[in-house]
Design a protein around this ligand. Structure first.
Ligand code: SF4
Ligand code: SF4
Ligand code: FES
Length: 317
């Protein structure tokens, strides 16, 4: 099988701009993208840099963008991304600086993992033997414990693309692993820290991290669990939490979202500084004709919507 690759080549130390180079290699039908790249490096162009180790989707070192989406190169068969012999575009993982070609600097990734304190912090006197956890609790954590730290989710996180301070999906999924561990005694403090800016409330729920994760960790789902847990124990004095309450309460009151009220309710009416900071954006919205009307009316079935909320709240109790 003829495999055509278009690989982004870049050496920051050379002073040259990144450029695509094309390679054609002859591979067996079962070949993966990683097999093909190794073939290039071994027999066509020894200057190509890439990172790999296990070649079995275990070590997490070969995450890169293949046809625009983060994947493990060793888990991606050529036939699954280039059905009719099309060219395969290979680029380094996103949201991390390129060291050379397909090798990225994972330091920002590890900094974020460390920031969530990924170790048990038990409270109280230590047990005579080891800390025990009920099997069910560990079963519930199996999903997140499958993470192989490949960084694919971080590569394609849309928030991280615009805000480098965001803790990002892998670290937040790791945080859930310790928040939900019954042996940990620091849950409230963890959740308070995670509710700060750049934490759980900054995720826009784009779902990309769920789509690209090769181990089905579902990072966004774990972030939503952290939000629910923080809210349940009363950590609600933050913009993200207020935004969620503003959203649901306007729908409950009028049957539909009142966009005009979202900002003041999110920041708090008396938070003059935060509301003023939104002024430039507001002016741009007015100029573009996008400012929502301050006069929104209840929809005809508003009472029915309210009943749905009541029934739901009753069911929760
Ligand atoms: S769902 Fe949230 S964490 Fe996941 S990629 Fe989108 S913004 Fe990032
Ligand atoms: S959550 Fe999934 S995509 Fe993200 S680092 Fe872990 S295994 Fe990789
Ligand atoms: S080489 Fe180990 S995960 Fe791909």
């Amino acid at each position: 099988m003829e495999v055509k690759l278009k690989v982004l080549r870049y050496d920051p130390e050379s002073g040259k701009e990144p450029e695509y180079r094309r390679y054609t290699v002859d591979m067996p039908e079962s070949a993966t993208v990683l097999d093909s790249l190794i073939e290039v490096r071994e027999f066509h162009d020894g200057t190509l840099s890439l990172r790999c180790s296990c070649r079995s989707a275990i070590c997490g070192s070969c995450a890169m963008r293949i046809n625009g989406r983060a994947r493990l190169a060793c888990k991606t068969q050529v036939s699954s991304v280039a059905e009719d012999g099309e060219e395969i575009v290979v680029e380094p993982a996103g949201n991390m600086p390129t060291i050379k070609d397909l090798v990225v600097d994972m330091a920002p990734f590890w900094d974020k993992i460390r920031a969530v304190k990924p170790w048990l912090q038990p409270s109280g006197p230590p047990p005579e033997r080891e800390y025990l956890a009920p099997p069910q609790a560990m079963i519930e954590l199996a999903e997140v414990m499958n993470c192989i730290m490949c960084g694919a989710c971080v590569s394609d996180c849309t928030v991280l693309e615009v805000d480098k301070s965001f803790l990002a999906p892998a670290a937040l999924a790791k945080a859930w692993r310790f928040v939900h561990d019954p042996r940990d005694g620091n849950t409230a403090a963890r959740l308070r820290e995670l509710s700060e800016p750049s934490g759980i409330w900054d995720c826009t729920r784009c779902n990309f991290c769920v789509q690209v994760c090769p181990k089905d960790v579902k990072p966004m789902d774990q972030i939503m669990k952290l939000r629910a847990e923080a809210t349940a124990i009363g950590i609600t004095n933050n913009a993200g939490s207020r935004h969620t309450f503003a959203f649901t309460s306007t729908v409950k009151e009028g049957g539909r979202l009142n966009e005009f009220q979202m900002l003041p309710r999110t920041h708090g009416l008396l938070n003059i500084a935060a509301n003023l900071a939104e002024l430039p954006g507001g002016i741009r919205m007015i100029r573009a004709g996008k400012m929502p009307s301050p006069f929104t009316h209840k929809i005809p079935g508003a009472a029915h919507v309210k009943r749905i909320f009541k029934r739901f709240e009753h069911a929760k109790v």
